[in-house]
Design a protein around this ligand. Structure first.
Ligand code: SF4
Length: 728
């Protein structure tokens, strides 16, 4: 049945809350699944009130099409137009969005203007200059320099013709880049900067497809939005693979501080000061004085910092870890924000005593007078805070001439960033500073425990949000951790056929904890693996918590006609991509492979197993992280903020369970795929672990290898790959 326009049918679902009976204008498929209708209606209901929906939607729901359909219904409302920002961390998803929009355009009712889109990736990925592949830091400076000096011809060329073409057909970013690179005018090659085309188009299209960084990385957000001439309030955001967003935000604030960084920053500020004195010594005395003050402070910070790190190293070395020397926490120590401030204050005070010439002011307020030498400094008062902020500003603004092969960010800029993080989040308990003895001089790393401090204000300002993923369990966690409003809708959509096409079997005789490790447990695990090898005729993937354990369970065993491929730590994207070809090739030749890797590794998350290339996935154990100072700080933070017990559930159990869910989702990439999932750990049946599995999961329990073989044989005999259906 082809559904076009706003014709009416009776929806198959009775549980939709809004507009039941009306087919939406923007549909990517001829036939709607009931669950897809549900997701569209629930999402529209949330967006109508400028609210948010957290949608756990496994493969088979058709979530990309559903989210776009709902968002377009709202964003195209006459008089209240909005821009949809579809944010994804995966390049493969960009293509799916473009294809979905093309499908929507094929089914638009007469008179409805086509949906327009611009697809963007990072600037270097879109660049048409030969230096596009240089290291990101070098690329950024080459691009800025070329633009500032009007030396980039593609940037100077008119974007009009390419922009008009991109508005007529939704283009994948690589198509846009190719078109821009090959552009000719009057028979002459006239390449255009695709990144500039993308930024200029953003204001005029229905949908921008881009990475999370555009909104959730503070250093990128304001430049990105102003470059696109958009405000947060103009946007409806769709966050794809939203389970990745908390960690992505946290990673953005994972900054390192080392004594060597401070030393190098001193040299850089020195050089910067000389340049600025020569250029502005007479014309902008206040700016030069500020840099001289910062130079003074950082010069005094250098020996103090080195001594402090030495002291921390000695303290950590004295920690015997209660007999658990292998645990990361034995080499770590929590550094309090007060300690950090104290260290900085020592440098400020010492700098203030150095000479009697400098008076530093911020917005006319004197904040550090070395002439009077009697500045009163309170640990909580505004003066130290202002000093810290001003120092960070100077450090982040440092620029010096560098050789082309110097590719790392300037130490001064990095030091400025960590000081800014302390200034911004240090007043809360959400920032943990962790010292780690790393055999050099040690390093302090900042960890933002609460991503909601970054994402909450953004979600509260945008015009509505859809957060979706196949592994967004429990949905409540994501609402809280990302700082969504209390009334954000929490929904788990059930995938049709999932329990039939992807049965999940849990073994009750295996426990993957280290305590239970031993020959007897290994033998049980191997008998379950053998059961799957003997039952299916295709490829299998096996995942375990570590390389040591995967070698112990899989390598060195005789598995008959199936060839084992062990993942290596050093594998890059090219190697894993080649593996997909190897799998296809082996299948053509009637051969079988058993891939063996670690949870959250290259084989478990960085690869898209297309064409139902895997028959089965076996997950051994649960990859619980060993205790670390950071994980304990996170557990305490969650207990304090969300209630006792949430720390264990959300900080300790959910992340490893999410890694298991990711591995479980590998073989099912399309609704017609089928695969057998075996979870070798009895903990999946209980408590906090069970709570992290999908609500609608109906696992089958097996007690030994023989039972597993019987269940698997029944599945593989009965279930054949179906004909390809639409959507994911
Ligand atoms: S302006 Fe555009 S084309 Fe020029 S260097 Fe930068 S990204 Fe490349």
């Amino acid at each position: 049945m082809l559904l076009r326009g706003r014709s009416s049918v009776v929806f198959m679902s009775a549980s939709t809350r809004t507009d039941v009976g009306r087919i939406r204008t923007y549909q990517a498929h001829d036939n709607l699944r009931p669950v897809q209708v549900e997701m569209i209606s629930e999402s529209i209901a949330a967006l109508e009130g400028r609210g948010a929906i957290v949608a756990a939607a496994p493969t088979g729901v058709g979530k990309t099409a559903a989210a776009l359909s709902a968002a377009l219904e709202i964003s195209r409302k006459p008089g209240n137009e909005r821009t949809i920002m579809f944010m994804t961390g995966r390049q493969s998803q960009h293509r799916i969005v473009v294809e979905t929009v093309r499908e929507i355009n094929l089914r638009l009712p007469k008179g409805e203007p086509p949906v327009t889109l611009v697809d963007m990736i990072g600037q270097s990925g879109m660049c048409v200059q030969p230096f596009a592949n240089e290291h990101p830091t070098l690329f950024t400076s080459l691009c800025s320099e070329a633009r500032a000096n009007a030396k980039c011809r593609p940037f100077l060329s008119s974007t009009k013709a390419i922009g008009n073409l991109a508005l007529t057909t939704p283009l994948h970013v690589h198509e846009l880049v190719k078109m821009s690179r090959d552009f000719e005018e009057n028979g002459q090659s006239m390449p255009v900067c695709p990144w500039k085309v993308g930024r200029e188009l953003a204001k005029h299209v229905d949908i921008i497809v881009c990475d999370y960084n555009h909104l959730f990385m503070e250093s990128v957000r304001s430049a990105s939005l102003s470059g696109m001439q958009l405000e947060l309030e103009d946007l409806i955001v769709i966050i794809d693979e939203a389970h990745n967003l908390p960690d992505r935000i946290r990673k953005g604030l994972e900054l390192k501080l080392t004594p060597d960084m401070v030393r190098n920053a001193t040299f850089e500020v020195d050089e910067y000061l000389q340049t600025m004195e020569a250029a502005f010594g007479e014309t902008d005395k206040e700016a030069v004085e500020t840099i001289r003050w910062a130079h003074n402070v950082i010069t005094r910070l250098r020996p103090t910092m080195r001594a402090w790190f030495r002291k921390l190293g000695v303290e950590v070395a004295a920690n015997d870890g209660g007999g658990r020397r292998s645990s990361p926490e034995t080499k770590q120590r929590l550094v309090t924000i007060e300690e950090f401030h104290e260290l900085m204050n020592q440098a400020f005070d010492a700098g203030a005593n150095d000479n009697a010439q400098t008076t530093l002011s911020v917005d006319g307020e004197e904040i550090d007078s070395v002439a009077t030498q009697d500045v009163s400094i309170s640990a909580d008062g505004p003066i130290p805070e202002l000093r810290l902020r001003r120092l960070a500003e100077v450090l982040q603004g440092v620029e010096i001439d560098r050789e082309a092969d110097e590719i790392q960010d300037l130490a001064a800029n990095r030091l400025g960033s960590i000081i800014t993080a302390v200034d911004q989040y240090g007043r809360t308990s959400a920032l943990a500073l962790v010292f780690e003895d790393n055999s050099a001089n040690g390093a302090i790393t900042s960890h933002l425990l609460d991503p909601s401090l970054v994402s909450g204000p953004i979600f509260s300002r945008v015009s509505g949000s859809i957060l979706m993923s196949g592994t967004l369990y429990p949905t409540e966690l994501y609402r809280e951790v990302l700082g969504l409003a209390n009334d954000a809708a929490l929904r788990s959509f059930s995938s049709p056929f999932m329990n039939d096409r992807r049965p999940v079997v849990i073994s009750s005789d295996v426990n993957g904890t280290l305590r239970q490790k031993g020959e007897a447990m290994t033998a049980k695990i191997q008998s379950h693996i053998a059961a799957i090898v003997n039952s299916c005729s295709g490829h299998i993937a096996v995942f375990a918590p570590s390389y040591v354990r995967i070698a112990e369970y899989v390598a060195g065993q005789n598995w008959g006609d199936i060839k084992v491929v062990l993942e290596e730590r050093t594998w890059g994207k090219q190697r894993t991509d080649r593996l997909l070809d190897d799998l296809e090739d082996a299948r053509r030749r009637g051969k079988r492979l058993m891939l063996a890797g670690v949870f959250a590794g290259k084989l478990a998350e960085g690869i898209d197993y297309r064409n139902n290339i895997l028959d089965a996935v076996i997950c051994i154990g649960i990859p619980m992280a060993p205790p670390s100072v950071e994980s304990k700080a996170l557990q305490k933070y969650f207990d304090d903020k969300f209630g006792f017990g949430k720390g264990m559930k959300w900080a300790m159990v959910q992340p490893p369970m999410n890694a298991v869910l990711q591995a479980m989702g590998r073989p099912i990439r399309s609704i017609d795929d089928r695969a057998f999932i075996l979870l070798l750990d009895e903990r999946h049946q209980r408590g906090n672990y069970k709570a992290c599995l999908p609500d609608d999961l109906s696992p089958i329990i097996t007690h030994d290898g023989a039972t597993t073989q019987m269940i698997a044989q029944r599945f593989f005999t009965k279930t054949k790959p179906a004909e390809r259906a639409e959507g994911s």
